[in-house]
Design a protein around this ligand. Structure first.
Ligand SMILES: [Zn+2]
Length: 109
């Protein structure tokens, strides 16, 4: 674990972080703000500001409530998106292809 990870871990163990999670969960209506599905037992408070120096600033609104898989997806996608936004176009194209292909199956059922 590097220093930045240690700093973030310690902040996430604080009472202030717990309070922030509670208030953000309430603000989000207990829903994953990307999928709009209910937050599960293990959900993440995603901090949009990735700069470790700002990690303890719990006053802002740079937060998003998401389920763990959504959270992992955001970070995975961001690693590519930050340098190449067209990844979203390719992803949408693939999802549309899948939807179209699998709609056929659904029509037979
Ligand atoms: Zn995050």
């Amino acid at each position: 674990m590097n220093e930045v990870q240690k700093i973030k871990r310690n902040i996430r163990k604080s009472k202030a972080w717990d309070a922030k999670r509670k208030s953000e969960r309430k603000r989000a209506g207990n829903k994953d703000e990307i999928t709009l599905k209910p937050l599960r037992k293990r959900w993440a408070l995603h901090h949009e500001d990735l700069d470790a120096e700002n990690y303890d600033n719990l006053e802002g609104d740079d937060y998003l409530c998401v389920n763990n898989l959504t959270h992992r997806c955001i970070h995975w996608l961001y690693t590519y998106f930050k340098d190449d936004e067209s990844i979203l176009d390719r992803l949408e194209c693939e999802l549309e292809r899948m939807k179209k292909l699998n709609k056929k199956d659904k029509d037979f059922s």
